[in-house]
Design a protein around this ligand. Sequence first.
Ligand code: AP5
Ligand code: MG
Length: 191
Amino acid sequence: MRIVLLGAPGSGKGTQAALLMEKLELPHISTGDLLRTAVKNATPLGIKAKEAMDLGNLVSDDLMLGLIEERLGQDDAARGFLLDGYPRNVSQANSLDELLERIGQPVDEAIQIDVDSELIVERIAKRAAEEGRSDDTEEVVRNRLNVYEEQTAPVVSYYAEKGVLSRVLGVGSVEEVLQRILGVLAQRDTA
Ligand code: AP5
Ligand code: MG
């Protein structure tokens, strides 16, 4: 199964993907994690991506397409995957579709995790104190939320038009949200 997880910064994409990975035995592909590793290792990609990430802006579409093409080409992605953080604008959604159409494996399900912005700010502030992720400062979070509204929110409509979108409430315990997502996937399976 090929699943795309959508949602604002801090909505719980990474948290849920890590649990779904175990349940569904699918690789969790987080473009944010891949980029953070590249920055940490100062690879050519990391050096190019760092400035945009530090500001909370999107890394360029062509760099991202190279990254995602390479990752989806790896053996473990042949049976399916959980995408977290990609696509992030309509152009990336189109590129992903083209890529997957070429191999005859379209997106089966896009799941939008809905959390209101007040709770998001609260969660990210907590994570900033616990983990110190460099883009979790107040100013950068504000920009990440704006970028999400302007560029990523339209991706939700994109998948709705394709008839593969479901929305789940991302509020409540991690386990409650997980059960909502598993419920959506079970429905799609029997549809
Ligand atoms: P990325 O790493 O994708 O960050 P993001 O989308 O801003 O999302 P987060 O990772 O902050 O949130 P999340 O939804 O994963 O939530 P989490 O589970 O951690 O991207 C970072 C940057 O990389 C971008 O700004 C951009 O520069 C670049 N980038 C990445 N992909 C790109 C692309 N495709 N194109 C261009 N640029 C790209 O949860 C948040 C917190 O809440 C955690 O502390 C968690 O423990 C807690 N939490 C989760 N669920 C619950 C719950 N139910 N109850 C209470 N707390 C909870
Ligand atoms: Mg994440």
